[in-house]
Design a protein around this ligand. Structure first.
Ligand code: PLP
Length: 441
């Protein structure tokens, strides 16, 4: 008897598919699949027992227990043998808060979940450890899988490249040429993937990789593969744990292909179902104005959804016009009384710079989420007394160009902090220091 299986998101098709099958869509309706769990089996442990177990593992010296994902393995892949796990110490990331952050954003109860503090610098590690572990298990059991492939706006490919290399599995990466950051491109190249830079956008790469992986020997690693969602869903569970098993009133999360918002929702629902929390938060998806198909649909009360051609944005990892997980995302937003907000290029850059002033190093995607927080506050959707958690999806160091451009000499951005070229004399340095102190004290 298996304790987890794939099932269609279409409510009429209740067929169960083994997690060992190479299958990404419902054969009848072409809908995406999701992983279902045997909740009755999990309920043999009480909420108190689960909390105690999760807390003990978080502090463990055992590598598998200490992973944010695998410390919760019964809720993720309950039937996977622990010796097949491929882990690089993902998850268990800091929940950032403090008086400076609250002051900069004029919001008392604000926290930022730093999912980018991870091996390859983005939350994509959370899902990739699960997918590569499952494939590792299948290969060891004799499945004829020769490589894992993905289309990527940068971070998925970095995560796949690292986890596949660690497990000794080949990886194939399809990237939109000249549309990802240098740090993101450098990662799969260094880890030995086959890196194919295609003359198209992300949506074009996504189309081709779906056709390529019709061949079952090439396993698909994009988040339409619901194994990724099982890892990513631990973010909300970790936040609850870090807040002594209570949830904030709001989560604000940047959205592109829209797998991550469905993942966040799945984890939160499981917390409620298992009795570890008593109330669900509301969700806000944040999109760049240049790539806002979900925002446009939200404005029409989700009555329909139209794919668009995404335009250029500094938030390059969410430059997606035809999100593959849109149905799951809309379903999640309806369940969580959710909203969608958008941010312009200057709004996202200024919100990121404001976060940086409080000690963060905000990537452009998290900048979109912080700008959405500001806009939802000023429109009265998020109230001053409500607690809010922004999901930070990547490490700012992956987007050095974005930071340097903001503070460059020719920049006219309001929070610009330009370095000063100075002669090497004590007098000149003293003058500069006293000007700085007078201006800021
Ligand atoms: C992938 C990614 C996103 C978007 O996640 P989706 O699941 O595609 O909505 C946001 N931010 C960063 C940094 C990413 O790499």
């Amino acid at each position: 008897m298996s304790h987890a299986w794939f099932q269609s998101i279409h409510p009429q098709n209740t067929t169960r598919y083994s997690l060992d099958e190479v299958i990404y869509r419902d054969p009848q309706t072409d809908d995406l699949l999701e992983v279902h769990h045997d909740i009755d089996a999990l309920k043999k442990k009480s909420a108190h027992e689960w909390r105690t177990l999760f807390e003990a593992r978080w502090r463990s010296q055992n590598k598998i227990d200490a992973s944010g994902i695998w410390g919760k393995r019964e809720w993720v892949l309950p039937d996977l043998p622990t010796e097949d796990i491929v882990s690089l110490g993902e998850g268990a990331t800091p929940l950032f808060s403090g008086s400076q952050l609250s002051k900069e954003f004029s919001h008392d109860e604000l926290s930022v979940k730093l999912c980018g503090n991870s091996h390859t610098g983005s939350f994509k590690d959370l899902g990739m450890t699960v997918l590569v572990s499952q494939v590792n298990h299948m290969i060891k059991s004799g499945a004829p899988i020769r490589a894992i492939a993905c289309a990527s706006t940068g971070d998925t490919s970095a995560a796949l490249a690292a986890y596949a290399a660690y497990a000794g599995i080949l990886s194939v990466i399809l990237l939109p040429k000249n549309k990802i950051s240098l740090a993101q491109l450098m990662q799969p190249i260094s880890n030995g993937s086959l890196v194919l830079a295609l003359d198209t956008d992300f949506d074009g790469c996504m189309r081709i990789v779906q056709e390529l992986t019709q061949e079952k020997s090439i396993y698909l690693a994009n988040s339409m593969n619901s194994l990724r969602i099982e890892g990513q869903k631990t973010v909300g569970i970790e936040v609850a744990q870090q807040r002594a098993w209570s949830l904030p009133d709001w989560f604000i999360i940047p959205g592109g292909n829209l797998g991550n918002v469905s993942a966040l929702g799945a984890g939160l629902k499981m917390l409620l179902e298992m009795g570890l929390v008593t109330k669900l938060p509301r969700l806000a998806v944040a999109q760049a104005e240049a790539a806002n198909p979900l925002y446009l649909s939200f404005k029409k009360n989700f009555s329909d959804f139209e794919a668009i051609t995404a335009k250029e944005t500094q938030a390059s990892a969410i430059r997606i016009g035809n999100p593959v997980s849109v149905k799951k995302a809309i379903r999640t937003l309806k369940e969580f009384d959710g909203v969608v907000e958008q941010a312009t290029e200057s709004e996202l850059a200024n919100a990121a710079a404001l976060g940086d002033k409080a000690g963060l190093l905000v990537d452009p995607h998290t900048g979109v989420a912080l700008a959405a927080l500001q806009k939802l506050k000023s429109s009265g959707v998020i109230r001053p007394h409500e607690s809010a958690c922004v999901v930070s999806t990547a490490h700012g160091l992956k987007f050095a160009d974005f930071k340097i451009a903001y503070h460059a000499p020719k920049s006219t951005m309001p929070l610009k902090n330009e370095p000063i070229d100075l002669q090497a004399s004590l007098g000149a340095v003293k003058d500069a220091v006293s000007r700085f102190l007078d201006k800021n004290n």
